[in-house]
Write a protein that binds this ligand. Structure first.
Ligand code: PLP
Length: 460
């Protein structure tokens, strides 16, 4: 697709969406189709020929829209809101159009840095304690959406997760690894998680993934006597009991705005209990966090200063497209330690350049020996080189073939070959993660010695 096609179709698509908004109230809010409805309306296999753009839009109107539940409809009152806005939609368009890939800082520095800055803004709007901000730290890299800065000030920061379910999983893993470092790896079976039975089911799922024993995920009864909030007394009693039977309490999840009824757990008292037992305290404000930017609702978050992590969903009630869940932690090192993988192939800054430097070094060694030629200009980390033939009658192909065989048969290095314009050429490609200059030097030394021997043999 070229830019002009994008302009033409893009305008049509925007018109289509704008018309959808104009007529949104004409649709049944909850889709009325039956399961499997779409299979009968679409061909069995992908079309071999392209359809016109208008035909595609007609298909969407006739076949897809009836199967859409209209979350944007003003008549939508189910679950929790999960809404977009003109700003959210245009932002998505920009991100998709520029094809932003942000899995590490270098893959799009602006993406990482904007993420950090905007999460600091949002943290300030929510009046989160300063410990949750990343401002003042020196930027390092962001690997797989986990912040790893070289911090000089502050240990906290925000990071965007897909969903609140991912957020609770990520902090649970960090908390689990923290406590296991303290009490020993074999204690996994003894670790206990606490929350009310009103907590979103994603917490239980996170426990399953994290390997917490199913009986050690304590969902404490919350009833109408506390407006479905978790009772600090019940929590204290349960923890005391668990300690007496040798279990290890390590994680507490409180909710501001539970899924069933928007109950608000008493963060301050719960947080103090968590602290006294050295437990990780997570606050899930997936839905209600949005409201807390309004000063009159902020008090529902009072006590968040006791938390180790806090989460709210911008994709719920904050006019941002699904999925965008904001997670803040006070100690980002805990996340990094638990989840950073830091594979070689992502260390592109020094990794790639280092290989290119090593190839350059090998190229210099070749160039300094007048018996050799560098056949093509080296651009990256591949050096194409060969021994020059002894005279114009000889194409040098056998000479170089024998040289390569002799080098490889030592088993000390492995070099491959190619043929360029009829010339048999050796290929020295630097790229192994463990290659250092000494390996390059040794490879050259070997090539040098063997080429001397080849020369002697050829002379005879
Ligand atoms: N926590 C609460 C309080 C929720 O209400 C929800 C969803 O409604 C979630 C977590 C899960 O959110 P997500 O779909 O972003 O994982």
């Amino acid at each position: 697709m070229d830019a002009e096609q994008l302009r033409e179709y893009g305008h049509k698509m925007v018109d289509f969406i704008a018309d959808y908004y104009k007529t949104i109230e004409n649709f049944p809010v909850l889709s009325q189709v039956q399961p499997g409805y779409l299979r009968n309306l679409l061909p069995d296999s992908a079309p071999n020929q392209p359809d016109s753009f208008q035909l595609v839009l007609d298909d969407i109107q006739a076949k897809i829209l009836p199967g859409v539940t209209h979350w944007q409809s003003p008549n939508y009152f189910a679950y929790y809101p999960s809404n977009s806005s003109v700003a959210g939609f245009l932002g998505e368009m920009l991100s998709a159009g520029l094809n932003i890939v942000g899995f590490s800082w270098i893959t799009s520095p602006a993406a990482t840095e904007l993420e950090m800055i905007v999460l600091d803004w949002l943290a300030k709007m929510l009046k989160l304690p300063e410990d949750f901000l990343s401002a003042g730290t020196h930027l390092g890299f962001l690997f797989y959406k986990i912040l790893i800065y070289n911090a000089t000030v502050g240990q906290g920061g925000g990071v965007i997760q897909g969903t609140a379910s991912e957020a609770v999983l990520v902090v649970l893993l960090a908390a689990r690894d923290n406590v296991l470092r303290r009490v020993g790896k074999n204690a996994l079976e003894k670790l206990v998680v606490y929350a009310s039975d009103q907590t979103h089911s994603s917490m239980q799922k996170a426990c399953q993934i994290a390997g917490i024993h199913p009986e050690n995920c304590r969902l404490l009864k919350a009833n109408s006597s506390t407006n479905y909030a978790l009772s600090p007394e019940l929590l204290s009693e349960t923890i005391s009991h668990d300690l007496t039977i040798g279990l290890i309490p390590f994680f507490l999840c409180a909710t501001v705005g539970t899924t069933s009824s928007t109950a608000v757990d008493p963060l301050l008292s719960l947080g103090k209990i968590a602290k006294s037992y050295e437990m990780w305290f997570h606050v899930d404000a997936a839905y209600a966090g949005s409201a807390c930017v309004c000063p009159e609702f902020r008090h529902y978050m009072d006590g968040v200063e006791e938390a180790d992590s806090f989460n709210m969903n911008a994709h719920k009630w904050f006019l941002t497209n699904f999925d965008c869940s904001a997670l803040w932690v006070k100690d980002r090192c805990a996340l990094v330690q638990a989840l950073s993988t830091n594979p070689e192939y992502l260390k592109n800054k020094c990794y790639i350049r280092n290989h290119i430097e090593l190839a350059k070094h090998f190229e210099n060694l070749v160039v300094q020996d007048p018996r050799f030629e560098v056949v093509t200009p080296r651009i990256f980390s591949l050096v194409c080189f060969r021994l020059l033939p002894p005279n114009d009658e000889d194409d040098g192909n056998k000479l170089n073939h024998d040289l390569l065989d002799a080098i490889n048969s030592t088993g000390n290095v492995f070099i491959s070959h190619t043929v360029l314009s009829g010339k048999y050429v050796l290929r020295f490609a630097v790229g192994a993660p463990l290659t250092e200059e000494k390996h390059v030097n040794a490879a050259w030394k070997l090539s040098y010695h063997i080429s001397n021997e080849e020369k002697q043999t050829n002379k005879k």
